[in-house]
Design a protein around this ligand. Structure first.
Ligand code: R5P
Length: 293
């Protein structure tokens, strides 16, 4: 097995290689003045099981295209199998045609990955499992929520309440609550598909005087998490922490959340950022060692 740490996941790729005790092949990459990407493998891949680690967080299109280039090059140069480890899988939120005439973006990404030689895909907390179910090759998602919950547990937050900021994140709160043992709940979120306007509805949460942690897969603009922080404070929570697998943190997301009274935002290195304090390297390594190629 050879690990190729792609340009968008250099550090994570190297860490994974250490965990699985595999050799790495580095990639020389650059952007041409007109923005086009260039990649060159600085080692041999012929007859190897090649694992390309490349997250597709912003700039998604550049990172995706580099992934296509690397996969196609690996296959062209004789790799036996190409596995794409894509810790954050871009376009997974456009997981169906919500309105007539829209692109079905996650399906397009899957088709392009297949065409460029990817045989298998491994990701972390894909936004919807149905996205992977429709992939034309084996595609699997592993969950980093236990790692995030353990981070808070190790910092004395055993007993903290776990909140999902919407129904889609319910499973994250339940997973976390198994480790934190402080109960869990979720908010109801509705989005108007035309205007994009979002509204929330709360239940009664048992957080009076308690610490609470919000668990989500993605923090993008921070609006969802910031509103959840406010809701927990209104319900009497003592301290509110925020955890997400994919800290995209667009614009002033961090400021928006912290100014609503959060103590800390914790993300993983699926997306390199200032809050990526938890590494998914051991999780991915374990999954890779179990992969049948
Ligand atoms: C939505 O379903 C996701 O799980 C996140 O809650 C959402 O992407 C967060 O977006 P934002 O940070 O822009 O509110």
């Amino acid at each position: 097995m050879i690990i190729i740490p792609g340009p968008s996941s250099l550090e994570l790729g190297k860490k994974i290689a250490e965990f699985v005790k595999a050799k790495t092949v580095s990639v020389a990459f650059k952007r041409f003045p007109d923005g086009e990407s260039y990649v060159r493998f600085e080692g041999e891949v012929a007859s190897e099981d090649v694992i390309i680690v490349q997250t597709t967080s912003p700039p998604q299109d550049t990172n995706l295209f580099q992934l296509f280039l690397m996969a196609d090059t690996a296959k062209d140069l004789g790799a036996r199998v190409v596995v794409a480890v894509v810790p954050y899988l871009a376009y997974s939120r456009q997981d169906k045609r919500f309105l007539h005439g829209e692109s079905f973006s996650s399906q397009t990404v899957a088709k392009l990955l297949e065409k460029t030689g990817v045989d298998q895909l491994l990701t972390v907390n894909v936004h919807q499992q149905s996205v992977l179910d429709e992939f034309p090759f084996p595609a699997k998602s592993v969950s980093a929520i236990p790692l995030l919950a353990q981070y808070f547990q190790s910092r004395g937050l055993e007993g903290a309440f776990a909140l999902a900021p919407d129904e889609g994140a319910k499973e994250y709160a339940t997973e976390a609550a198994r480790i934190l043992n402080g109960g869990y709940g979720w908010r109801h979120k509705e989005r108007d598909r035309y205007s994009g306007a979002i509204s929330f509805r709360d239940e009664k949460y048992d957080v009076e005087g308690k610490d609470a942690v919000i668990f989500d897969d993605i923090i993008s603009t921070g609006g969802t998490t910031a509103d959840a922080v406010k809701a927990l404070k209104t319900h009497g929570a003592k301290r509110v922490f925020c955890a997400c697998v994919h800290p995209l943190l667009i614009g002033d997301a961090e400021k928006k959340i912290m100014s609503n009274g959060a103590e800390e935002i914790v993300g993983t290195d699926c997306v390199p950022s200032s809050v990526s304090k938890v590494s998914v390297a051991p999780l991915i390594a374990k999954a890779l060692l179990r992969l049948e190629t």
